[in-house]
Each structure stands twice: as structure tokens, then as C-alpha cells.
Design a protein around this ligand. Structure first.
Ligand SMILES: Cc1cc2nc3c(=O)[nH]c(=O)nc-3n(C[C@H](O)[C@H](O)[C@H](O)COP(=O)(O)O)c2cc1C
Length: 243
């Protein structure tokens, strides 16, 4: 998928008033994703979530949205700015995950910086920046010209990013994302170093994809006699997967 939907959430106040109660009613474990145009925006969002911290498991700090347009700086291409934002978000008193971009050669350094600044986990990866041009009009297809590439095309990039960060930072928690469409693609991210995985684009084709993938993961593990996912996580760094 190539998207330019941007960040259209109704804001933290609306999330706390309307979405959070419904999520809690459904017994969901909630990770709140926040973003901002400025460093101060992130601080304000983190402070607002402080008041409902007992209902939230963690905050995912989105430092890497490619679709904000204009002169927007991608925070996650700057280690110092990213670390500063993570430090400020500790005002929430919640576990922090920093969501990083694959569109930088400094990914490992940025992961190190946000980890030192207080992020227990990094979410790897946000979308890769892509573009499509209409061959009839000769013009870019997306209103924003560039967009975020996700799904299967992103998967090998996600595997590489997770592998590189895990090799450099053995103790950081990694949430893997990028083209998880099946148990095998989820396992691949885990073998590279992910402690957990997210499913995004696959839910557009099938909203029940995460449930099916989880079911297939259990089958996958049972078939191989795997009792604990720690046997799988980072196995590519320990001489391979040994069933
Ligand atoms: C339509 C669409 C909207 C997205 N919006 C967000 C967002 O608001 N915040 C964010 O951190 N990532 C956003 N992402 C990125 C995904 O969360 C994910 O990191 C990325 O798409 C890779 O995973 P996937 O291949 O499973 O989709 C979006 C992706 C898509 C396709």
C-alpha cells in the first residue's frame, strides 16, 4: 500500500473522552500513539495521558510519520531531537515506545539515543517513503506527492532494520512492523529480533488478519515444539532457529 492519509486522529482529549472508555469496555490493552508538529506538542500529549495512565499500557511516540507535508521535519531522522522528545514524554509516567523510520542510515544510532533517553522499546518500522506517477496524466498520484509504502513490499526492509538494531542493542525491546501478513512473516521479524509484532496493512485486506495470524503462530510453534517465544526472538543472531 502507498498511503498519504496523514495523521487524522481527533486528538488526545477526544481519545480520552470517547475512544478510551469504549476500548476499556472491550477489555482491550491500550497503547496510545502520539505525535506532534513540535517538541512541545509531544509534551502536551504526554501530560494529557498522565491523567489516564492507569488505563494505558504504554505510549508509542510516533517520531516517523512521512505524510505531514510542508516543511515538516521527520523527528526520527535526528537522534538529538528524538531523544529530547522521549525525555519529555516521561512526564506521562508510562512505558514509552519510540516508533522509528526506515528512511535513514542513522537508524541504529537513533535507536540507541531514544533508548538512553528512556524508551524501553522501539517500534520498527514506520513506512518507507515512496511515490507513484499516473502514466495518463504524467502527474504524481498522491495529493501529497510522496507517500508511505507498507505491506509486503516493506517487509524485507523491516527485517533488515530490526536485525541491525538487535545486533547493536541486545537488550532493547523491539516491536516489529512491516508486511506481517502470515505466521511466517511474523516469525521472520521475531527471528530478526522482534519481541512482539504489529499487523497494519494486512487488516485492510482482512480486518481479522491479526486473529488469524495469531492462531497460525500457535500452530507454527506447536508443530516445532516451541514452548516460549524467547526461543524464536533474535534466533537469527544465535546461529539460527533450532527446532
Ligand atoms: C493507511 C495507513 C495509516 C497509517 N497511519 C499511521 C499512524 O497514524 N501512525 C503510525 O505510527 N503509523 C502509521 N502507519 C504505519 C503502520 O503503523 C506501520 O508502521 C507500517 O504500515 C508497516 O506495517 P504494515 O506493513 O503491517 O502496515 C500507517 C500505515 C498505513 C498503511
Amino acid at each position: 500500500m502507498l498511503n498519504a492519509v496523514g495523521l487524522q486522529g481527533a486528538g488526545v482529549k477526544s481519545f480520552v473522552e470517547h475512544d478510551l472508555p469504549r476500548l476499556k469496555k472491550a477489555n482491550a490493552k491500550v497503547v496510545a500513539s502520539i505525535w506532534g508538529h513540535s517538541v512541545d506538542d509531544y509534551l502536551q500529549a504526554a501530560k494529557m495521558l498522565f491523567d489516564v495512565r492507569d488505563q494505558i499500557a504504554a505510549i508509542e511516540i510516533n517520531l516517523s510519520c512521512p505524510n505531514l507535508g510542508g516543511n515538516h521535519v521527520m523527528f526520527s531522522h535526528d537522534a538529538k531531537l528524538s531523544a529530547q522528545i522521549v525525555e519529555l514524554c516521561s512526564a506521562s509516567n508510562l512505558p514509552l515506545w519510540a516508533k522509528l523510520s526506515p528512511n535513514t542510515s542513522e537508524l541504529v544510532e537513533i535507536a540507541r539515543a531514544v533508548n538512553s533517553a528512556g524508551a524501553q522499546a522501539v517500534t520498527l518500522v514506520n513506512t518507507a517513503i515512496g511515490m507513484a506517477i499516473d502514466t495518463n496524466s504524467g502527474l504524481p498520484i498522491l495529493g501529497n506527492v510522496r507517500g508511505g509504502l507498507s505491506g509486503s513490499a516493506l517487509h524485507p526492509i523491516a527485517v533488515r532494520c530490526i536485525y541491525d538494531v538487535r545486533a547493536a542493542l541486545p537488550n532493547i525491546k523491539i516491536i516489529g512492523a512491516g508486511g506481517v501478513t502470515s505466521a511466517e512473516t511474523a516469525v521472520e521479524l521475531m527471528l530478526a529480533g522482534a519481541d512482539a509484532v504489529q499487523v497494519g496493512t494486512a487488516t485492510f485486506a482482512d480486518p481479522k488478519a491479526p486473529i488469524k495470524i495469531l492462531r497460525d503462530l500457535k500452530k507454527w510453534a506447536k508443530k516445532r515444539g516451541i514452548e516460549d517465544w524467547s526461543q524464536v526472538t533474535s534466533a537469527a543472531h544465535r546461529g539460527g532457529f533450532k527446532p
